[in-house]
Design a protein around this ligand. Structure first.
Ligand SMILES: CC(C)(COP(=O)(O)OP(=O)(O)OC[C@H]1O[C@@H](n2cnc3c(N)ncnc32)[C@H](O)[C@@H]1OP(=O)(O)O)[C@@H](O)C(=O)NCCC(=O)NCCS
Length: 189
């Protein structure tokens, strides 16, 4: 495909403590060790990826969109500004339904760095950035017993819907830190 993607591209995002760096293929080795813990997969399934698998995944994701162009794929490495330590990742999958752009977001923080509010800070900044880039609807899918992730979604001002998708509850947002509300999705979003 030549020409510009139909989707916004990931850009660096800065928060009080964090630096969200657009993910590149050469982050794979570093992230493979950061994310090498089966406990990160308790609620999301799967297992830790080897560096080589992660390199392939990051290379695919670097396209910024699905092969058919119907989804935008935006991924960031989350770093601590203090020392540059990689803490985890955040991602957004963009889709269009009618006029509205929907962003589905997800977050991961390494076991040793959890409990410091990093996921909330990273995902909150991501939600604001997405809204500035035109996302009208924010969604996330969270296992109903995943207390930490539910807490993050609540802190973002998201609320649980009655919809389950593959055993996960659909959450919708919400209000960004800038106080701007996301729309309620229609049933097809
Ligand atoms: C979900 C996850 C990103 C949270 O990361 P984190 O940086 O520790 O999150 P934060 O520190 O911003 O917030 C965690 C919140 O969960 C709360 N929490 C932690 N464990 C909890 C539990 N077992 N039950 C209820 N709440 C819990 C914390 O108290 C905190 O809430 P608070 O801010 O109101 O005090 C991290 O646990 C993770 O990566 N898990 C594995 C991957 C995953 O499941 N990703 C989410 C897919 S939807």
């Amino acid at each position: 495909v030549t020409g510009a993607s139909a989707w916004p591209a990931a850009e660096p995002i800065e928060t009080a403590r964090l630096w969200l760096e657009p993910q590149r293929e050469d982050h794979a080795d570093e992230m493979a060790s950061v994310l090498d813990d089966v406990r990160l997969h308790t609620f999301i399934g799967g297992e830790p990826a080897t560096a080589s698998l992660l390199r392939q995944r990051y290379a695919r994701q670097a396209a910024g969109q699905s092969p058919d162009g119907r989804e935008g794929w935006l991924n960031w490495i989350v770093r601590r500004r203090d020392d540059g330590a990689p803490l985890g990742t955040v991602q957004a999958t963009l889709r269009r339904g009618g006029d509205a752009m929907t962003a589905e977001i997800a977050w991961v923080v390494a076991i040793g760095h959890q409990g410091h509010g990093y996921a909330t800070e990273a995902a909150g900044a991501l939600a604001s950035w997405l809204q500035r880039r035109g996302a009208a609807i924010l969604t996330a899918h969270i296992h109903p017993e995943h207390g930490a992730s539910i807490a993050v979604a609540r802190r973002l001002g998201m609320r649980a819907t009655g919809t389950m998708v593959d055993g996960e509850t659909r959450w919708i947002g919400g209000e960004t830190r800038d106080g701007i509300r996301f729309q309620a999705p229609t049933p097809d979003d």
